[in-house]
Ligand binder design. Sequence first.
Ligand code: ADP
Ligand code: ZN
Length: 432
Amino acid sequence: MYLHKELETMSRPEIEKLQLERLQATVKHCMNSPFYKKRFEENNLSPDDIKTLDDLRKIPFTTKQDLRDTYPFGIASVPLEKCTRLHSSSGTTGNPTVILHTEKDLQEWAKAVARCLHMVGLRPGDVFQNSSGYGMFTGGLGFQYGAEHLGMLTVPAAAGNTKRQIKFITDFGTTALHAIPSYASRLYEVMEEMGIDPRKDTKLKTLVIGAEPHSEEQRRRIEEMLGVKAYNSFGMSEMCGPGVAFECTEQNGLHIWEDYYIVEIVDPDTLEPVAEGEVGELVLTTLNREAMPLLRYRTRDLTRVLPGECPCGRHHKRLDRMKGRSDDMIILKGVNIFPIQIETILLQFKELSTDYLITLETKDSNDDMTIDVELNDMFTDDYGRLQSLAKEITRQIKDEILVTPHVRLVSKGSLPKSEGKAVRVKDLRKTF
Ligand code: ADP
Ligand code: ZN
């Protein structure tokens, strides 16, 4: 049931004891990094000041800007000759950042990913196909080495060429697939076109979905379409990549591996810790990284720690489904909106497919929102029905976000598809 039983089933006091030991060692090691050494000196701080886990709060945050300012190798705590690989973030929100790894870091990363995959029931004998781009994107090699470490037969199909991807699934008897949620829906569409019924014609049973925000509704759709269980996987290049937090079979929050990371949730404005169970910015400290440990890294991802115990027997904290990044937040007519709030409503309508695009414009000096959403195949072009459907969607969205959008129902396949992570928002507003 557990891959690393002694680590996976630690009690809270055991977790915290290990965390303190590893934190103290990490902070000492960070003094090999000119960046952290200077930071500590500027703040009159020494590694000896970290006597308890609460003392972590004495240490200043590390930000994405710090990584950019020291691009490419500036924060490393080991000489470059000790590193065996580098990865770079996909650069969704700006300049890329670089993360260095030693051989040991790569092994630890593979173990973390293997633990996640094992947790959802994958075992040697499973055939694991990865539809992520290989290369700089960590979803490729990250899952590759994790799945190999677990001993599964791996199919490194990589991104693109959907028909070939499907052929691999049927020919190789793929039982588990890693895909970003928007691509999982795309796969189903193409299977339908090819006359393949995923329930009958494939052995797929497990999907690992992550890398982009998605709603519970989106997950349920994917599970229904492909006849699988889909598990949410969270990670980011700065924390290695996949393997940071993952759902167990309870599908109720993502266990974050606290032997690898210390979790804090802070108010993004005041940077003070939020009250227990409240949403805020996720801040992570790495606990067993050699090449490039990061202290109190501000991820910009918004989530909360779920209260209560998980029935699976693991005491590692559970993160709630990501609400989005602080930079994904739309401010429209003074109201704060997350795309995921809109997605949650849209996907409750079975007449709609999973693809949508939110466009923000300035009209007569006012903010204006249009939502284009694709219809399902089965839905006819009965004009009256379409009109009342659009009206109902508009009403429900207005109730949620307090702004009235223009909802346009478009035919299936007509919205642009992105190669990697889905682009859900187009902001064409004029800045005054
Ligand atoms: P980039 O920052 O350029 O997108 P990464 O590939 O490192 O590069 O992406 C990490 C980010 O992807 C996370 O910080 C988070 O915003 C998002 N992400 C990853 N997994 C999930 C998930 N399961 N749910 C929501 N968002 C996710
Ligand atoms: Zn659990």
